[in-house]
Design a protein around this ligand. Sequence first.
Ligand SMILES: Nc1nc2c(ncn2[C@@H]2O[C@H](COP(=O)(O)OP(=O)(O)OP(=O)(O)O)[C@@H](O)[C@H]2O)c(=O)[nH]1
Ligand SMILES: [Mg+2]
Length: 319
Amino acid sequence: MGLLDKLGLKKKEKLDKGVEKSRESLLQKLGKTLAGKDKVDAAVLDELEEILITSDVGVKTTIDIINRIEVRVAKDKYMTQNELNRILREEIVQLLKESDQAKPAEFDADFPTTPHIVLIVGVNGVGKTTTIGKLAHMYKIAGKEVLLGAADTFRAAAVDQLKIWSERADVPIIQQGQNADPAAVAYDTAAAAKSRDADVALIDTAGRLHNKKSLMDELGKIKRVMGKVVDGAPHEVLLILDASTGQNAMQQAKAFTDVVDITGLVLTKLDGTAKGGIVIGISNELNVPVKYIGVGEQIEDLQVFDREMFVQALFGEAA
Ligand SMILES: Nc1nc2c(ncn2[C@@H]2O[C@H](COP(=O)(O)OP(=O)(O)OP(=O)(O)O)[C@@H](O)[C@H]2O)c(=O)[nH]1
Ligand SMILES: [Mg+2]
């Protein structure tokens, strides 16, 4: 087995483990519905609909999925639980492929221009700082020069937390301390990335902005000042969402994408929640691609989102 195959297998194992709770809950519900049945009739589809909705897939996406299943079973109503499970997975993968124009699931560290500046945004406690640490590690492993910027200056511990991650990932950090102007820190980081010939800079921001206007103003200012030092910066704006909050994460995603140009989504804390179905809903309903998922608290627990692998992990292998 080649190294890439081995890495792929490791990724799959970790993902399987990461979505264990979501899978157990889904399979248990599916099993109950389908036990002893050999025919997919309207009643089964009704129950399937309820299962998907209560698994945080969301109403719109559930309807999309049920419509597709209906077409498939119209021809052949008689199928086993395994067959229905397989069709369910196939249709969900197809649905996500059609709705999500993201590139294939590969880690992309080939930047069109450098330094490549990434702004990390999201509400309190969703996993912004942790995700920065994990991403820094991924880029570092890919041989890139990484720089972190501590533009979350709102809370005393925020800079210290990012500092700890910079040490874990073994990458430098630009900081000014608590209460510094976040835009000034972002500016410093972009300037340092440029003068040091860094490949990529990851900038942490505060999640604590009470209304849309102050959020827009602050992020707008951060973006403007960075654009003055590095052309086109920020090149990516990643919105971090806590998957364990289910439909709340969907609401946050909608609220942020309304006011900020988000280029990608990261869904964290998939381990330890049964709400993993939210990833399918978000991936289907938003025009912004899910780029990464968080499956644990350790530095290696961030994965490039692979739709197919995810759906397989969520529904389990068909027997
Ligand atoms: N289990 C699990 N925990 C995670 C994951 N990502 C982040 N966390 C945990 O979530 C908590 C909050 O993470 P932070 O990275 O501090 O979140 P933040 O968005 O920077 O928070 P603030 O700076 O307070 O707004 C920490 O305890 C992390 O360990 C994940 O993928 N899985
Ligand atoms: Mg933080």
